[in-house]
Design a protein around this ligand. Structure first.
Ligand code: ATP
Length: 295
């Protein structure tokens, strides 16, 4: 079982020619509610990619919470560890303009009430083959979950997004860190990906830096270095490409694939997802990934 301890948000997306300035009212073109949050996205990506996945997190007692639960369960994710708290679910209020630019307000809601793993979370983590973490929950909760996995021997895969300073006590418990190139630069202060990889490997045993359409760079402290090209496809919407990549990577590693094959599997899943709109709506299932790799 892969456990994901993280955020569940409802994305409230308004499409408009130009985002309003303060005091201005504009008429939008369309509106969509899309289940998201990096934790929920990674859980759905891993389940679709063929993993047995449990999601540990919180939603509010509103309609968004019920929809998030149904979406996760519909993707085959075990939601027994998704608790309901009173108040609002986490939301991301997103304005997308015609130039493809966006502005986002995240209100953590129920996600912000998680101050650490509960007793049930600890039991789930102890029985897990791997733990996926991101940084959309309070830092003390992320650290608590990472340390619990470290005690039980489960590898911890951290997506350090949104980028923020990473305490040593968190990194000490991380096995594999997977930033994109901007996050890698923010964490290490390095200007290039190779340099950032070297800096990351001083702090964690393994690292993958995702480089969008340029692929991904992998390194381990044992000296292995790999560059994996992205699959050349026509990208329609790259939302959650990184989460799809990480979810699929966790499944491949759990099945014992060596780094090169695991990265190829993750790149295929991500390449399939960027060809479709949305976050969870764009993630491929196992049969699609296998067929894509055969093709
Ligand atoms: P997001 O924040 O949109 O979830 P990210 O910034 O975390 O994404 P990226 O580095 O953009 O992550 O992409 C993750 C992986 O997805 C890449 O390593 C690559 O394998 C795949 N990918 C992203 N963009 C493309 C693309 N245009 N074509 C093919 N594959 C892509």
């Amino acid at each position: 079982m892969i456990s994901v301890f993280g955020s569940a948000n409802m994305d409230l997306v308004a499409y408009v020619a130009q985002a309003p300035r303060t005091g201005e009212t504009v008429t939008g073109r369309a509106f969509r509610t899309i289940p998201g949050g990096k934790g929920a996205n990674q859980a759905i990506a891993a389940a679709r990619a063929g993993g047995r996945v449990a999601f540990l997190g919180a939603v509010g007692d509103d309609g968004f919470g019920a929809e998030m639960r149904a979406t996760l369960a519909g993707a085959g994710v075990d939601v027994r560890g998704l608790r309901q708290v009173s108040g609002s679910s986490g939301i991301a209020h997103i304005v997308v303009d015609d130039d493809g630019g966006n502005s986002i307000i995240v209100v953590p809601g129920a996600n912000g009430t998680i101050t650490g793993p509960s007793g049930d979370d600890l039991a789930a983590i102890a029985g897990s083959q791997a733990l996926l973490l991101q940084l959309e929950l309070p830092m003390e909760a992320v650290i608590g979950a990472a340390q619990a996995a470290q005690v039980s021997g489960a590898p911890v895969i951290l997506t350090p997004a949104p980028a923020r300073p990473l305490p040593e006590e968190l990194l000490d418990a991380v096995t594999l860190i997977v930033p994109n190139e901007h996050e890698a630069a923010a964490i290490t202060g390095a200007s290039g990906a190779e340099e950032a990889l070297d800096a990351l490997l001083k702090r964690v045993p393994e690292a993958v830096i995702t480089l969008g359409a340029a692929g991904a760079l992998y390194g381990s402290r044992s000296g292995e270095r790999l560059r994996v090209a992205a699959v050349p496809v026509k990208a329609v919407d790259t939302t959650a490409a990184g989460d799809t990549f990480v979810g699929a990577l966790a499944v491949a590693r759990g099945e014992g694939l060596a780094p090169a094959e695991a990265l190829r599997f993750a790149s295929a899943a991500a390449a399939l997802s960027v060809q479709r709109e949305g976050a969870s709506t764009s993630m491929p299932d196992r049969a699609e990934i296998d067929a894509f790799l055969r093709g």
